[in-house]
Design a protein. Structure first.
Length: 204
């Protein structure tokens, strides 16, 4: 039953109960428990009629969904047939209401040389590692290495795979104090790898 009908029915039922508990007070009034009961019964009739109608609508909607699925299969088969028949003249597909299907653009490997950057994390432990954005990147692949001499910035040590992430920024907490840490990054996607960036380094 609809919420507003239920609320009104409950309200009437409480009023009826109050009248029945105080018959002397209501002895000479035109409103009686029977009057209220009649209104409650009318609400019940209306609610039942609505529930029956909703049941019919639900059934009709179910039938409509089944019909849609059935005829959609027919429409798909006709559309595919039209595409095949008009393959020599794809512009004719507009006459069938079919949009010309564009061949997906071929993906190419990234070409941008990324620009990595390092800064101390806000808690003083580790580095915030970031890179410039590449619109062709699916993944950013990072390599990392450490130098035995923290004073040297011009000699890059051996770098090994460290992390692959979709994000352009992350935090590396695995950093030893007083050690120079180097990073480099490249963009990759399903077509291949981009060029490695220059290595950047920092000491904490």
């Amino acid at each position: 039953m609809l919420k507003y009908l239920v609320e009104t029915k409950d309200r009437l039922a409480k009023l009826k109960s109050g009248i029945e508990k105080n018959p002397e007070t209501w002895a000479n009034q035109t409103v009686t428990p029977q009057t209220i009961q009649g209104a409650i019964e009318r609400i019940d009739l209306a609610g039942n009629a609505i529930e029956e109608a909703q049941g019919v609508v639900t059934s009709k909607l179910s039938i409509a969904r089944g019909l849609q699925a059935e005829v959609a299969v027919l429409a798909d088969s006709i559309e595919n047939l039209a595409v095949g028949l008009e393959k020599g003249n794809p512009n004719k597909l507009n006459e069938y209401g079919i949009k010309v299907r564009k061949a997906p653009a071929k993906k190419t490997a990234p070409t941008i040389v990324l620009q990595p950057a390092l800064e101390d994390d806000t808690d003083g432990e580790g580095f915030i590692v970031s890179t410039s954005y590449d619109p062709d990147a699916d993944i950013y692949e990072w390599e990392k290495g450490t130098s035995s001499d923290p004073t040297k910035t011009d000699t890059t040590p051996e770098l090994k795979f460290f992390k692959a992430t979709k994000k352009t920024t992350f935090v590396d907490d695995d950093v030893a104090k007083g050690v120079r840490v180097f990073y480099r990054v490249r963009a990759t996607n399903s077509a291949g790898n981009g060029p490695w960036s220059l290595a950047v380094s920092r000491v904490q």
